[in-house]
Design a protein around this ligand. Sequence first.
Ligand code: GTP
Ligand code: MG
Length: 936
Amino acid sequence: MATFFRKFLPTNPSASNSNFNADDEYNMEYSFALQYSGPPVTYDIPRVVPVDVGHIPTAAEVSTSSSLSNLSLPVVQPIVKKRKDHLSMRLPNERKLDLSAAANSPISVIDAGGFDDGREARLSSGQGTSFRVVNVIDDSGESGYSDSYEFITRRVLNRNASSRSLGVSESHGNSHELSENMDVEGVSDGPVGGLSSEFDKPGLRSPILSSEITSCEEEESVHEARSPRHRIPIVKFRDPELSDIVYGENDHVESVVVQEKQRSTRASVGKGLCHLCLKGNQFTQKEACLVCSAKYCYKCVLRAMGSMPEGRKCISCIGYRIDESKRATLGKSSRMIKRLHVKARAKEIMRHEISCKANQFPPELIYVNGRSLSEAELVELLCCPNPPRKLEPIKYWYDKVSGLWGKEGKKPCQIISAQLSVGDQIMRNASNGNTNILVNNREITRSELWMLEFAGINCEGKPHFWMSADGSFQEEGQKNVMKQKLFKPRIKLLCAILSLPVPSEAAHSGIQEDNKITSKLASGNLEQRKPCKFLMVGSEKSGTSTLFKQAKILYNAPFSEEERQEIKIIIQSKLYSYIGILLEDRERFEEESLNRARMKHADQLGASPTDQIAEESIYSINKRLRAFSDWLLQVMVSGNLEAIFPASTREYAPLVEELWKDKAIQATYNRINELQMLSQGVSYFLNRAVEITRADYEPSDIDILHAEGITLSNGIASVEFSFPKSVQDSYMDITDHDDPLKRYQLIRVHTSSLGNKCKWLEMFEEVDLVIYCVSLTDYCQFSYDTNGDATNNMLKSRNLFETIVNHAISSEKDCLLILTKFDLLEEMIEKVPLTRCEWFHDFNPVISSNPNSNMSNNSNASLAQRAFHYIASKFKGEFYSLTGNRLYVSQVSGLEADSVDEALKYAREILNWDFEKPTYNINEWSSGSVEISSSS
Ligand SMILES: Nc1nc2c(ncn2[C@@H]2O[C@H](COP(=O)(O)OP(=O)(O)OP(=O)(O)O)[C@@H](O)[C@H]2O)c(=O)[nH]1
Ligand SMILES: [Mg+2]
């Protein structure tokens, strides 16, 4: 066909040009026109109304005196390899104008000022540039064509001069000349019929509505829809009425414009399609504009966003404020940006995205102590040595004396530089405290009160304090200054857990804190250093401390010497507890067994049970061991173990080892499910009793893992870490929003520290994710109350789970259920059925004999796997009925590092989904990630 059409072409001088490339010839696109000579048509052919030149608005010249840096001027973009051998103007009523005569003029930028009825024309140069002129076609009749064209041309040429004088970039070098290969297309909102081969297919009709403000993306889409292979990059227009809006001058108008852009963006392009090429689906990766949310595929993003001087914004959105729901993603590079640019460039773009003026909040939207900030105050705030992290357009309070800073109605979140002249005086109720204790005239919150009490500052009698920037305290009217109270490690730990800021010792000792902070700021790390918090809770022996210690080992947060010593004492003392529990239960079992034997004997002989007494059972021990056993049980019952521990216990170690190996104790240990307070792992230490009780024993990491607890108090423990990037992570491109140093804090709280009905949970309101641990072996273990009544441990665990889920701090938070001790479940389930727990009465795994059946995959799963899924679904159902939300579940064998690593990385993923949710809450994950919209 191409060869055939080529015969009809006028001789093309450019073809003889030495620059003419043979390939170009084959890439030429052709259009031809035929005079219609068929029978009369039954429908109305749209008429072209003549243009009234006097009423065509003229484009306003951009004033060179205005602040040009704030203007987003339309920029010409190139088209890819496109040639036209004649200049024509296609019109709605099937006419075509030859415009070749007037095509020798250079243009670079035109302004569509005043055209608002949606008509447009496209001018494209065969040299690789196209232009669009809005509303050049008059729809009153045929007579207006040449007038219109003259008008366009005149305007184009005039405009070009002024645009150039403004220094508008001739963005694509050689392409700003309008050669004789220029093409002018008219696009109408009516049906476009006729002569052009490109337009006479059904469905290729322009849908532009005359009253809409058309964004460049929308218009591009329309053009693309009309002729997908004929896509022309277009001149980007900015509405002339808005071209004077400089950032910050007219917020209302700007927000209207942004809303309009977003609306038109949404309306014009199908879901999942790229806004430029209109290709793709909801699964293709796209990058979204921070202003109008238009999304672009990998191929189009650079053309749509250009050099990204303000980060990820369409060129036409540069200078506009970002959509506030996307603020959380500012500076967080996407996979697409990383694929498109080298690392340094991607970082630079992200830096611009965070720091450019257009993307900041305007000062008047930020309130401090009840008053909005002036520009000067905002500058002072941002440029102080220790500025607030992540300012938002909300109300803050600021204690100028101490530098404490927080959101209005909330506890302090940071200590910024003191004595800044920003905002009014602080108000008593600034942080909504209800303790009657004032610090620098602010009534402090309960968490602050806990912290002060923990630090040993006497708060009896509701005193009022002064606190200075170096952290020293002074009670009003008292001379005594309390220094360094807040610098103890345990206070720092508590503050970290309560999310309270602590004054730095450097500030106290006058070290060059400023320099340190400035350098942190320079590296852009200040905000990112705030860790994400995981709160880990679980019922007794649920494996929380094992997970915690495994995390410390995994993520290189070594145990301090102090911690190792505490764990050594735990291991050594527990050794005696274990043997004590075994001895107690041995006695019980011996008694039961002897009674049974007596009854049996009596039944057989028909005599009274007391006639003949059975002397021994499998649970009986020899005399020597019995004497030791009696003494040890006596010491333990009297609570004197500490008195003989550790020194004198060492000499008994061989006896402990002997006892452990005795058949009676082994028989007792075999009934471990019936032994309260004894975990399966005790054999690990009892086998090595002599070694462990030696004075020079140093627990290895594995010993630490097997040990029960972390600290002697078994209360609250916290560890901060980063996930090291693994090879698999790099392969799957899993990152912490581009920050491998992102910090996480794992806080482990023992149930006994949570108080009645978990009331102390409120101390952890700022955690990001709740991790609830349940031991999978709980289903066959029981606890006994003082009356001897047994409760299944799984039911106990479920009750605690319900209490925690119903607690206020859990609302709005994701929850990850970690089912621990999977390795033990595998052993246990072979011996004791899952239905031992009444909650699991309907566990009835179906075993398929047909390997090809749908169940085959499932039936390949081990019994333990199926039990795990069943238990998980039970908890999920419970969670859903309580919250209406989804519970995430992970399976763990706490002694296996990989398994814990996986579970904690899963927790990280859940948080990441959460961060991305607000930005793309319409069923999507994130910009730069795969869309998962379910609608098609
Ligand atoms: N085999 C095996 N043992 C585990 C696992 N998780 C924990 N344990 C052992 O079970 C015992 C109790 O686990 P902990 O981690 O101390 O449980 P906890 O939640 O801290 O319970 P409390 O002692 O009540 O605080 C320890 O001896 C651990 O070594 C596991 O996944 N597999
Ligand atoms: Mg423990």
